[in-house]
Write a protein of this length. Structure first.
Ligand code: NDP
Length: 263
């Protein structure tokens, strides 16, 4: 199947690690040029060097940008749009989850989490919307979590915010049709930078990574017995973003190894 991504320009927020980096790589493999952003300059530079060495440095733009800061997102959008004169695809991937129960979560932590989850969508959508409209095949993919539909009490504010983002995606799909398609992926547990950091912080330091992952998968009742790979998510993101599936909008694709319990 030809995804028709050659000569497209894709923007991936949080493209310096995990799912974002795998998505950038997958877009490049399909012939699209890619602009990525992240906050940590060293991590961003390493990602740019890695992608550039595999696909050609001229095909990758990297810019420091915190997606919760409107002025930084506008500057990134200006740079990405003038780089190739257009942007066709926006993947809103940047972010992380917060582990805390209702009792553990302060007002400031609620505000910080709601800010991250909503404005990591709102600011890039607002900044890139004119370019996506001009593209005539504009597409947005929001990276979201299964927690939106299946909340967990130990991630109470992340779960609530995730549900709100699914609602936002649905509204945008209606409001932006037929100019821009808006879809989401809802993820279970994916073995990325977030889980690597949690592995490093594990209590039982004698436990190997494989043992730790197997125990995690068992405790989460994942039928596939493992976490997902960033590349498995990336392929779904590229598919949803591609002009080849031009009638898909307002959809959400679950990637969870079968862990969901809702219909
Ligand atoms: P990683 O930690 O591997 O990657 C996160 C990326 O986002 C990094 O490039 C990071 O760079 C960037 N980032 C984080 N905050 C910001 C910010 N405010 N502004 C700009 N860039 C930012 O994690 P994942 O690949 O797992 O996460 C990707 C997305 O998937 C996240 O939104 C996450 O919440 C979501 N997700 C992941 C799940 C999983 O199990 N892995 C499950 C459900 C959802 P830097 O820190 O340098 O800014």
């Amino acid at each position: 199947m030809d995804l028709a991504l050659r000569n497209c320009v894709a923007v991936v927020t949080g493209g310096s690690s995990g799912i974002g980096l795998a998505s950038a790589s997958a877009f490049l493999e399909e012939g699209a040029d890619v602009a990525i952003c992240g906050r940590d300059p060293a991590r961003l530079q390493a990602a740019q060097a890695d992608l550039g060495s595999r696909f050609g440095p001229e095909r990758v733009l990297a810019a420091c940008c915190d997606v919760t800061k409107a002025d930084e997102v506008r500057a990134f959008a200006d740079a990405a749009t003038s780089w190739r004169g257009k942007v066709d695809i926006l993947v809103n991937n940047a972010g992380q989850g917060r582990m805390s129960t209702f009792a553990d979560t302060t007002d400031d932590q609620w505000r910080e989490e709601l800010d991250l989850k909503f404005f990591s969508q709102i600011y890039p959508v607002r900044a890139f919307r004119p370019a996506l409209e001009r593209s005539r095949q504009g597409a947005i993919v929001a990276v979201n979590s299964l927690l939106a539909y299946q909340p967990e009490p130990y991630m109470v504010c992340t779960s609530a915010a995730r549900a709100g983002v699914q609602s936002l995606v649905k509204s945008l799909a209606r409001e932006f049709a037929p100019a821009i398609r808006v879809n989401s992926v809802v993820l279970g547990l994916i073995d990325s930078g977030q889980w690597e950091r949690r592995f490093q912080a594990r209590e039982n330091k004698g436990q190997s990574r494989d043992e730790w992952i197997a125990e995690l998968a068992k405790s989460k009742h994942i039928p596939y017995g493992r976490l997902g790979l960033p590349e498995e998510v990336a392929r779904a993101i590229v598919f949803l973003a591609s002009p080849a599936v031009g009638y898909i909008t307002g959809a959400s694709l679950e990637i969870s190894g079968g862990v969901s319990r809702y219909i």
